[in-house]
Design a protein around this ligand. Structure first.
Ligand code: SF4
Ligand code: SF4
Length: 229
């Protein structure tokens, strides 16, 4: 027998799915996984004793480490279009990494590599320095970043598409929301991160390219859709 609570839960899920579809490029399976994360976060938020959680503290955390959270979860959402299929992006990042390894011995080779890739990828407008960072193709990121595998702390992003100041200053809307957010935002992020355990799924959480009308990515949408739960 279906109880009244079950029926209103179903209605909420249908409404959430419809809103999500209107706002983003998302498949049914990914949407359902993310909606489960939303309801887990909401449920946990309602049972945690907030007086035990020092919410003031989390507002000062440096959230930029979330771009490269761990060996599985890395994000390139602000440097490319994540409406493209996983396999298309995998091949592109792999091709770039191989060309970079073959061509670049020092910073003097960076413009040559960039021009070579521009000729190879005529229809692609993304920065050529976005690629796999590791040989096992588990992490994506910027080959020019000071934390890059061979950069020894030197920031080389002036050779990229947007120049060093823009890349250094950029922080996406999702991370800005987390930084200012409270318990619900942090719990939601926790569940979404657990469910997004590779570079493609993780990048899609934050990338503005997968949403139609929001400045932010999917994470921003979930914060806004929280009112339907
Ligand atoms: S989209 Fe956000 S989380 Fe992803 S790399 Fe850019 S700033 Fe970091
Ligand atoms: S140089 Fe800038 S735009 Fe290019 S991959 Fe690095 S962070 Fe992204």
């Amino acid at each position: 027998m279906v109880g009244r609570g079950d029926r209103s839960g179903d209605r909420n899920t249908i409404r959430l799915l419809a809103e999500l579809k209107k706002a983003s490029v998302i498949g049914p399976q990914e949407a359902r996984i993310h909606l489960d994360c939303m309801s887990n976060a909401k449920q946990e938020c309602s049972i945690i004793d907030r007086s035990c959680v020092m919410e003031g503290l989390i507002t000062v955390v440096n959230v930029s480490f979330m771009c490269q959270l761990d060996g599985q979860r890395s994000c390139a959402g602000c440097c490319d279009n994540f409406q493209q299929d996983r396999e298309v992006l995998r091949r592109k990042y792999s091709r770039r990494r191989a060309a970079f390894d073959a061509m670049v011995r020092g910073r003097g080779d960076l413009p040559l590599y960039r021009e070579h890739m521009a000729r190879q990828e005529l229809a692609d407008v993304s920065c050529r320095f976005l690629a796999f960072l590791d040989d096992n193709q588990q992490s994506v990121g910027c080959l020019l970043h000071p934390k890059g595998p061979t950069n020894k702390g030197v920031d080389l992003r002036r050779y990229g598409k947007h120049g060093e100041p823009r890349c250094q200053a950029y922080i996406c809307a999702g991370l800005r929301t987390v930084r200012k957010g409270g318990l619900y935002e942090w719990l939601l992020l926790h569940y979404l991160q657990k469910a997004s355990n590779d570079w493609y799924a993780y990048s899609r959480l934050f990338s503005p390219s997968v949403t139609y009308k929001y400045y932010g990515g999917l994470f921003e949408i979930y914060i806004k859709l929280g009112k339907y739960l």
